[in-house]
Design a protein around this ligand. Structure first.
Ligand SMILES: Cc1cc2nc3c(=O)[nH]c(=O)nc-3n(C[C@H](O)[C@H](O)[C@H](O)COP(=O)(O)O)c2cc1C
Length: 142
């Protein structure tokens, strides 16, 4: 199995309806493709930005196909891979795509993500300096 974690910035902040629409479509496709994972959305009001952190896991070819679609989706930009690899066991086996619309306090234990969406955060993302991504994702496992 392959996994991939990335961050991205919404072209414009997503409202509840847009998030719901995205999740419905994603969950239907992921169920069919044997993909599981977690999507985290963080609206940073200081910068007026919507930001994503997503984890996807599943059969290698399916991950490559969904990645192609996601990377080319024009609802977001600055799509940056932060972790990628192979694993025997799924981290989110029960979730066709779990979702958390996170608040500041959800991120306080992860200094690299505490300011998710700020200019400094995006500079770190571009410099491959978001090593806590998997720890943060793991904290939402249960
Ligand atoms: C932040 C974000 C996360 C997404 N996550 C998924 C996902 O988990 N699975 C998926 O199939 N599509 C996901 N998509 C949507 C794809 O980019 C694409 O729109 C969708 O797979 C439908 O493709 P289709 O219309 O060609 O069938 C995501 C898009 C965005 C912007």
């Amino acid at each position: 199995m392959k996994f991939i974690a990335y961050v991205s910035q919404a072209i414009a902040p997503f409202d509840a309806e847009e998030l719901q629409h995205l999740l419905e479509r994603s969950r239907a496709r992921n169920t069919a493709d044997g993909i599981t994972g977690l999507l985290i959305y963080r609206y940073n009001d200081e910068y007026g930005r919507g930001n994503f952190l997503q984890f996807l896991e599943g059969p290698e070819t399916r991950i490559e196909e969904v990645w192609e679609r996601i990377a080319n989706d024009d609802r977001h930009h600055s799509v940056i891979v932060v972790e990628e690899g192979r694993s025997e066991k799924r981290m989110f086996s029960d979730w066709s795509m779990g979702f958390r619309n996170v608040e500041e306090f959800d991120l306080r234990d992860f200094p690299g993500f505490a300011d998710m969406g700020s200019d400094a955060f995006w500079r770190r993302a571009e410099n491959n300096a978001l090593p806590e991504a998997l720890d943060l994702l793991r904290s939402f496992c249960d």
